[in-house]
Design a protein around this ligand. Structure first.
Ligand SMILES: Nc1ncnc2c1ncn2[C@@H]1O[C@H](COP(=O)(O)OP(=O)(O)OP(=O)(O)O)[C@@H](O)[C@H]1O
Ligand SMILES: [Mg+2]
Length: 256
């Protein structure tokens, strides 16, 4: 079943001073089915975060529309969208978005608190997850007391602790060493295996090779995509690396 349908989405930002316009998205078309694991790749500034924010209805497209379960996001009230986010969406922000006055534990608990969960239940969910992410020993610390990678893992824990049906992750391994990245990717893979949909923006071919499909964005449009099919992670990694090289060197394109 189609979960998300993106139809000719364009986004133009007007900068605050001087009125400069930036066309971040120039007509994105894509569909994501329920249960898929999609990675989105593309150069810095190609519009990946912009797209993810639009998918989460945190930002509005300038043109085009996004359908969630067949319903246009523009027709859904802000109240309904908030409820959807609370109940079904986990978002890992590129800059983590942790609350500085909350410990890591309370940051992770936040979505559960908002849905009125009991404390014992929150702890029952937290401990195995925190252990798996390697942050079990620092849960009482505040974000400014921990490293970037630890903050990132905390942000991932906060996004998945509610078992959301859709996880949008913006560069979730960007601040991690390769061992922590592998652990995180294994966790996301397992989240996907329980039927949840994942859309992950990443600059890492290694991270993208875990996904079942990779979309490549260039100059605000979908430039190419590959399905993993029966390929191993290693074969997928090679495939992705080759495409990135072709994109970077401006080789034969699929530009629409
Ligand atoms: N709020 C904003 N106001 C003006 N321009 C913006 C804004 N947000 C993003 N942009 C511009 O839109 C374009 C796309 O930005 P976006 O953050 O989506 O890129 P990205 O693909 O996520 O890059 P990165 O890999 O560096 O995170 C860039 O040119 C960026 O400078
Ligand atoms: Mg970004």
């Amino acid at each position: 079943m189609t979960l998300l349908k993106v139809k000719n989405v364009k986004k133009t930002y007007t900068t605050r001073f001087g009125g400069m316009q930036v066309q971040a998205l120039k007509g994105v078309d894509m569909e994501v089915n329920e249960g898929e694991y999609v990675a989105i790749m593309g150069e810095s500034g190609s519009g990946k975060s912009t797209l993810l924010n639009i998918l989460a209805a945190l930002d509005k497209p300038t043109q085009g529309e996004v359908l969630l379960n067949g319903k246009s996001l523009t027709d859904i009230s802000e109240k309904e969208i908030s409820a959807f986010r609370r109940k079904h969406l986990g978002f890992v922000f590129q800059d983590f978005n942790l609350l500085d006055n909350f410990t890591l534990k309370d940051n992770i608990f936040l979505p559960l608190v908002l849905s009125g969960e009991h404390y014992e239940e929150m702890e029952r969910k937290l401990f195995p997850l925190a252990r798996e992410l390697g942050i079990g020993g620092i849960l009482e610390k505040y974000p400014y007391e921990v490293s970037g990678g630890q903050k990132q893992r905390c942000a991932v824990a906060r996004a998945v602790i509610t078992s959301p049906s859709l996880v949008l992750a913006d560069e979730p391994t960007g601040a991690l060493d390769s061992k922590s990245a592998d652990e995180l990717l294994t966790l996301l893979e397992r989240v996907n295996q329980t039927g949840r949909t994942i859309i992950m923006v990443t600059h890492s071919a290694k991270a993208a090779s875990f996904a079942k499909r990779v979309l490549f964005i260039k100059d605000g449009r979908v430039y190419h995509q590959v399905y993993k099919g029966s390929k191993t992670n290693e074969e997928m990694y090679q495939n992705i690396s080759n495409i990135l090289t072709v994109m970077a060197t401006g080789g034969v394109g699929h530009e629409k």
